[in-house]
Design a protein around this ligand. Structure first.
Ligand code: GAL
Length: 633
């Protein structure tokens, strides 16, 4: 597969006279792809049933004639005003019961039947018209499901659909009452019509009820997306994708990924830094113009799993964005670094968002490759540098990493439903483990919990996976890899109950989590050795061999043959020492990388990336700030 570049373009924002010149300049820059159309419903269908295809026909023709391939987006993230007027109940409703109004985007509820029909209608019209167009080489469904907190809706449509979902899953209210433990606080139902949504309750709703609602909300996204995919497939053989986001976990991305050929995601390293990464203020300051050294990589690895190997960056930040708490310009060289990092993790394409900065509306202060006056913005030169380097190294040869980390959306929801302490999150726990592995110089594969194959890995990490089905436990017990569970792995049944026998109940590992506590972040406990136990500590009982103890003598981790259980959330030093110990047993060589340096291997190449602001020397080579080194293996 060839590595390619692209951009996101909005022909409807610009006078038609400049399209030809834009297309020429895109091709001259070395771009292959141009994504268009995803917000253009009001121009495609200005009035109900009245289509204006002329401009879009011409735009696709102009781009195609310049040698570009079009990714065509379905425009359902931005239903025009007339659609909302036709279906006033289609608006999503927030947890306080307020409808989310027209005037920006994503103002729809996934459960609204009328909106689903409107979506089917517009998707069919677009797919019918362009399904065989030779320039339309890929599709994107909608845009960023879940963006602006839009997966979960407490609308009347969601309420009715949730009752149906419960009836299908549990078959009887007796079964539902038992599964949720509704005898507690007299919450029992005797008809599915009585079941409400878990908002506006006096105090916290039943965690099993909330988890069911989260699973339902995720299923609604899958069904909605599948409806679009099925229509597009009737008219086109081109691959279908969706652009996912950073740290958005409200729906099961693996479920959507299974329905499409390619997973893409939108990477805004500086935009994410302050409120999505979860880094300390010191680290945020140190990385303010580079982004976090692990956050992009984590998502590259996650979406490689979601796309079952095929994935792109659909939107790459090319300069300052407009939507983060603070919006600096990237350190010179970072746009190039971010692009190469995606390729190092196996991306087939990196597309810059956007071609030209818009002088109007919400994103006026969002950089593009061009300024609003069409002069090249700083990101343009970096895209050009990547394009010329790609000419020398066009092929991606992704290879398997030595270690794997399991990431599960259902576990994310279970932790959100029951964090057992403010700010405790599954994402952070998994991400801390990922960071630790990367600090040791490792490439990591992320796997879904129902991975078909655990073969080939030397070590597999499964932190925080709240519900572990028996088949997963058996598969992990059967691999020859070192397998590390915990904290909180296997801590709940599928219906959010504490299982008996107590967790982790892992075959071949004689340990029981007798009880657990969460602790203040300013009061971590010392480890007997290196580092600290923070946030989450479990009391471990049983004959498995202790491998990590607290300074107070408490057992924090145990091991039996190739199975390990870690009963604490470790700080960086503790994590590094623990992971290095597991890797030594697994026969995976590790190293300590200089601050800000990360490595990623493909099957044929090794890459070094310098996320720091100072030059770094490693293995005799000096990497400048924002430097990238590539070596053939
Ligand atoms: C993404 C979105 C784009 C644009 C961009 C700005 O979340 O898909 O349409 O809004 O952010 O950074």
């Amino acid at each position: 597969m060839k590595r390619t570049l692209g951009t996101c373009y909005y022909p409807e924002h610009w006078p038609e006279e400049i399209w030809v010149e834009d297309a020429r300049r895109m091709a001259e820059l070395g771009l292959t792809w141009v994504r268009i159309g995803e917000f253009a419903w009001s121009r495609i269908e200005p009035k109900p049933g009245q289509f204006d295809w002329g401009w879009l026909d011409r735009a696709i023709e102009v781009l195609g004639a310049a040698g570009l391939k079009v990714v065509l987006g379905t425009p359902t993230a931005t239903p025009p005003r007339w659609v909302v007027d036709r279906h006033p109940e289609m608006l999503a409703v927030d947890a306080e019961g307020r409808p989310r109004g027209f005037g920006s985007r994503r103002h729809y509820c996934f459960s609204h039947r009328g909106y689903l029909e409107e979506s089917r209608r517009i998707v069919e019209a677009v797919a019918r018209r362009y399904g065989r167009n030779p320039h339309v080489a890929a599709w994107q469904t909608d845009n960023e499901y879940g963006c602006h907190d839009t997966t979960i809706s407490y609308s009347a449509a969601a309420h009715a659909a949730f009752q149906d979902w419960c009836a299908q899953r549990y078959q009887s209210t007796d079964a539902l009452n038992r599964a949720w433990g509704n005898v507690f606080w007299s919450m029992e139902y005797d008809s599915f019509d009585q079941i409400g949504l878990p908002n506006l309750t006096v105090t916290e709703p039943n965690p099993a009820h909330v988890l069911a609602f989260r699973r339902f909300s995720s299923d609604q996204v899958s069904l909605y997306n599948r409806a679009q995919v099925e229509i597009i497939r009737r008219f086109s053989d081109a691959p279908i994708s969706h652009n996912y986001m950073g740290r958005i976990t409200d729906f099961d991305h693996y479920a959507l990924g299974a329905d499409m050929e390619i997973a893409t995601w939108d990477s805004y390293p500086l935009g994410f830094l302050e409120d999505r990464v979860g880094a300390t203020p010191e680290r945020q300051r140190a990385c303010q113009r580079q982004g976090d050294p692990d956050f992009q990589a984590f998502h590259h690895d996650l979406y490689r799993a979601v796309g079952r190997g095929r994935w792109w960056v659909m939107e790459q930040q090319p300069g300052p964005v407009n939507w983060a708490p603070v919006n600096p310009a990237p350190l010179p060289g970072m746009v190039r670094l971010w692009s190469w990092e995606a390729f190092a993790h196996g991306a087939e394409a990196v597309c810059y968002f956007r071609w030209r900065q818009a002088p109007f509306a919400q994103e006026q202060l969002h950089a593009g490759l061009l300024r609003p006056d069409s002069v090249e913005a700083p990101g343009h030169a970096e895209a050009l540098a990547v394009a010329s380097e790609l000419a020398e190294a066009p092929e991606v040869c992704p290879g398997a990493a030595p270690v794997a980390l399991v990431f599960d959306y259902d576990a994310c929801w279970a932790w959100e439903v029951q964090p057992q302490g403010q700010g405790l999150s599954y994402f952070d726990l998994v991400f801390d483990t990922y960071r630790g592995l990367r600090r040791l110089g490792l490439s990591v594969d992320i796997l879904p919990p129902d991975a078909e194959a655990f073969d080939g890995y030397k070590a597999i990490f499964v932190p925080g996976l709240m519900h572990m089905p028996d088949a997963l436990k058996e598969a992990l017990a059967a691999t020859p890899a070192q397998v590390v569970l915990g904290p909180r792995s296997g801590a709940r049944t599928a219906e959010m109950e504490i299982p008996v026998p107590l967790p982790p109940a892992m075959p071949g590992l004689d340990v029981t989590v007798a009880w657990m506590e969460t602790i203040r972040r300013d009061s971590p406990r010392s480890i007997d050795g290196t580092g600290l136990a923070t946030r989450w500590i479990e009391a471990l009982d049983g004959p498995a061999h202790p491998v990590l103890k607290g300074a107070d003598g408490a057992t924090l981790a145990v091991r039996q043959d190739h199975l390990w259980y870690l009963g604490a959330w470790l700080d960086e030093a503790g994590m590094d020492a623990f992971l290095a110990g597991v890797c030594a047993e697994a026969g995976v060589p590790v190293q300590t990388l200089p601050e800000g340096v990360r490595i990623r291997d493909t099957r044929t190449e090794r890459f070094w990336f310098n996320y720091s602001t100072v030059p770094v020397t490693i293995e005799g080579r000096t990497l400048p700030p924002a430097g990238v080194l590539r070596e053939t293996l």
